[in-house]
Design a protein around this ligand. Structure first.
Ligand code: NAD
Length: 468
């Protein structure tokens, strides 16, 4: 998108207006609380509209999942920010070395100005309101770019932000890839991008031209490691829940499972029964979310077929006919074993209900498999042996970890959230989110009684003594 195109010009004009607002009025505590109250009402007073918008975007989006995985965590984040805001805003005293005593030092968090937030389609409410909570609590204005694949949620957010926050605080932009590219090129004071690693690279390049700092919340393949002899029935329930939430279209979904070869049969049996229990029907089950569009549905089928043609064992956990599943744009949990390493399901982030299962004999082999892949956004470990848990945590690097469950570290609002390496950089949620969108202003206050004259020129005997 060239500067000077109508889209780029109108986005620039919008940003310039917000920047003027940011300079004119730095929001105090009461103003920020009012903004957060607006965010809270966007969630609490419009639940039915959100459920309908998400359902329209996905074709079928479980209403329970919309509440559980979007509205609930978004609200938790807003409530935490409201409770903690005063403490977060308070300047923090820091120690002063003896030489500068009795001067005083403190760190004072300040708003950066205007934040840009780019949102993917898979959890458009949570992934818009989560970063927005951090940005507004830190006293920034914000512009959001919603995904072209979730237009109903995008339109609803635009309408509700206009009503509860106003265009002098937040603006929501909807549109296609040309709008997205123009948006990433704007000179924001901070840009938080959530999406794929591929697009994250482009966003970081665009931001570099403006020296805009970025937080990148990206994707990748999240491993799930089952310790030898772990109770497979206990693990299977949470594997199925984590993999099939939003039909696997979750950045922190377990991408593949590593299991000890001796436990493989027990795992498969446990997964079959857990999947049947969780979703007895798929095509007409309103609690089983559809794949976002035909293109992604086709992509997943093509990856499954490729693995099958290349000798993998593929087990589709459903007896519903392909035509009715395809008509509903749904895909059953599909177990894939012995897929060659260069198959798409073994190389790429799956983002759907295909589940490769990889067996190991020694724990070291399983760790080597994890370390061979780019650093993941999440790592799941099922184990009751503390020493072995520590060994795995020491040997690996991941964005976040849940032990003996899936996904749940993400909804702990007091924990920071963010990737590492190819799965992203920086953090948000809770206090870390506030800090991400703040300038930490170091302030030194000199005392009348200061002895710093000793270190000023002309440099005489006394400074030489000090430096000795
Ligand atoms: P995507 O990267 O295709 O798109 C994300 C957003 O970027 C969309 O709003 C899109 O319009 C915009 N975009 C596209 N091209 C752009 C460009 N050139 N410049 C700026 N913006 C551009 O991702 P997606 O398909 O919407 O979402 C799925 C991916 O997001 C998966 O990889 C998933 O793991 C990742 N994800 C990560 C997290 C996280 O918190 N780390 C959360 C959800 C999804």
């Amino acid at each position: 998108m060239k500067a000077g195109s109508p889209i780029a010009d109108s986005l620039r004009a919008s940003l310039a207006e917000l920047q003027q607002q940011a300079v004119r009025a730095r929001p105090d505590y009461a103003t920020r609380q009012r903004w957060l109250d607006g965010l809270q009402r966007i969630v609490t007073e419009h639940q039915a509209e959100w459920i309908a918008a998400l359902n329209a975007d996905f074709g079928c989006r479980s209403a329970v999942e919309t509440r559980l995985a979007e509205l609930f965590p978004a609200l938790e984040g807003i409530r935490l920010a409201r409770r903690r805001l005063k403490g977060w805003m308070r300047p923090q005293r820091r120690g002063v070395s003896l030489w500068f005593w009795p001067g005083r030092a403190a760190v004072q968090p300040q708003p950066l100005g205007v934040a840009g937030i780019i949102v993917p389609w898979n959890y458009p409410i949570f992934l818009a309101l989560g970063p927005l909570t951090s940005a507004l609590s830190a006293g920034n204005r914000a512009m959001l770019k919603m995904s072209e694949l979730s237009p109903h949620s995008g339109a609803l957010l635009a309408r509700l932000c206009e009503r509860y926050l106003g265009p002098e605080v937040v603006r929501v932009v909807n549109g296609g890839l040309d709008v997205a590219a123009a948006f990433a090129s704007l000179p924001f004071d901070h840009l938080l991008f959530t999406g794929s690693t591929r697009v994250g690279r482009m966003v970081m390049q665009a931001a570099a031209a403006n020296l805009t700092p970025v937080t990148l919340e990206l994707g990748g393949k999240c491993p799930l490691l089952l310790a030898p002899g772990f109770d497979m029935a206990r693990a299977a329930g949470s594997i199925v829940a984590g993999k099939l939430l939003n039909a696997g279209q979750t950045c922190v979904a377990p991408d593949y499972v590593l299991v000890h070869a001796d436990d493989r049969d027990a795992l498969l049996a446990a997964l079959r029964s857990a999947a049947r229990r969780a979703y007895p029907r798929l095509a007409d089950n309103p609690h089983y979310t559809a794949i976002i569009n035909r293109q992604h549905h086709q992509r997943l089928l093509a990856w499954r077929d490729e693995a099958h043609q290349r000798g993998a064992r593929v087990e589709v956990l459903s007896d519903e006919d392909d035509a009715s599943l395809a008509a509903a744009c749904k895909l059953p949990l599909t177990l894939i074993e012995q897929a060659p390493a260069d198959c798409a399901v073994m190389r790429e982030e799956i983002f759907g209900p295909l589940l490769p299962i990889v067996t190991y004999r020694q724990l070291g082999e399983a760790l080597a498999h994890i370390l061979h892949q780019p650093r993941p956004l999440a790592l799941y470990l099922f184990d009751d042996d503390r020493a072995r848990i520590d060994r795995v945590l020491d040997a690996t690097v991941a964005g976040g970890v849940s032990i003996n469950d899936t996904l749940l570290h993400v909804v702990q609002e007091q924990l920071p959230f963010g990737g590492v390496g190819h799965s992203g950089m920086g953090h948000y949620h809770g206090h870390e989110g506030f800090l991400t969108f703040s300038k930490l202003l170091p302030v030194f206050r000199q005392s009348r009684l200061a002895g710093t004259a000793l270190i000023r020129p002309p440099y005489g005997q006394r400074v030489q003594v000090l430096l000795r």
